[in-house]
Ligand binder design. Sequence first.
Ligand code: TNX
Length: 519
Amino acid sequence: MTTDLGTSSVTHAVIPAPLAVEQGDGTPVPLADVVVVAPDERLAALAAELLVPAGVTVVGAVTTVTDAGALAGPTTLTLTLDPASGPAGSDHPERYTLRAADGAVAVTAPERVGLLHGVRTLVRLVEGPAQDGAPAVRPVVVQDEPRYGWRGLSLDVVRHFFGPADLRAVVDLVASYKMNRLHLHLSDDQGWRLEIPSRPELVARSSQTAVDGAPGGYLTVEEFRALQEYAAERFVTVIPEIDVPGHVNAATHAYGELTPDGTPTDAYEGIEVGFSRLHLDLPATEPFLRDVLTDVARMTDGPWVHFGADEVLTMEGAEYAGFIKLCQEIIRAAGKIPVGWQEAGGAQTGSHDHAVAPKPEPVEPEVMRVLPGTVLQYWDTRPDSAVFVRAAEAGARFVLSPATSCYLDMKYAPGHELGIEWAGFVELRDSYDWEPAEVIPGLPEAALEGVSACVWTETLATRDQLFSMLLPRLPAVAEAGWSVPAAKDWESFRSRVATEAGAWRRDGLAYHPTPQVDW
Ligand code: TNX
């Protein structure tokens, strides 16, 4: 047996890199005519859905071993719920053990999510089908668990709209790298993308616009429900974001009562930021926030509602702080955990493009109140870390999306046809080689929930354009969130990601063939 943990000679093709992989001797386990034995039919079907495209023939899926005997395939893949599985001493709910030996494959995990993680690992260990039609897995024991609980993708569906079919494809991609959060940016200046029952004018008046005259669109209540269910089956939680008190032109276009003179603002299809805002002292404002955030909380299956709070450039600190307080209260009262961009923690970041819009005056620390448990999403690496350390002391939790590695809307390199570049160029290695624990100096690691890649869609109008920005960088961010530093290795990742591209081509997923990889 050989263990590759902590060495640079990683020989498996698994992304994200598992905690420990022990390769055994002996004959490979053939994966033709596999019978899947799972605790329930849904899980068996999901396992088959993942294995078949990898060249594994599945002849049956059953829920008891007695049934498996009746089907008598040459290989069984058993998925068993077992609290004693996973790395020694681990109590992580997503842990699993995968064993291939003596003609059989077994995944054990304390929860269903871990069983599916084990199948996803198995899929990447399958060898052979492309060459001689005989898929097999070499004897191996994988003991695995994620480093962080929050491994996400934040996706802007406002600047360009991506509907249910695209979003299901995104869920599949996210889940395939064992990521478990899909955060949707659903409102901004250019459009409103989620039906809000108590405020029907939002989608009636503001959903059909997007950047530069591109077609708009929105998710109905029913579509949002169905998307969450699809994601939940794959153990991905959807986090809706309604961005306030800036980035609100779609709202002020739909409801004139939100502006000081009562007149609706014009629709906006440009890509500037920071010009629109709510007004805390208008009588219509608080009822609007209560209606919208409460409806969204009601429609959301997961525990989180994101209230934005980024890039508010034309507001005094005290009024901004009032909004932060109010939004957190409303979301809490509706039974959800508030999430906000880093500004909600008191860091007056300004616009992402500092060259265009200067930083506003700092908010007095004593008027900013992050409630314990509120999640702050860190994006701009330029502010001083002291304010975040203070927010953590007040009980804030952190999700890291440092733009210099996680903003997958940045161009890969000068001249790249898609994307923008305010945070510089983000090549594959930039998305890979970063250490979450070092992003905010002085922040206790216990305050970290995890990491999230972000894609803003000012320049991305089609699924292929979106996927070519996600691939191959999303798997790099996934590994930053899942794998401990000792299991990570750039040279190994380069070669594993090249192997992945076979599956992307097979599945028709667009990717960018960066010169950093020998494809
Ligand atoms: C900053 S990051 C924004 C977005 C832009 C993005 C472009 C953040 C919270 N806000 O409004 O789309 O930069 O990269």
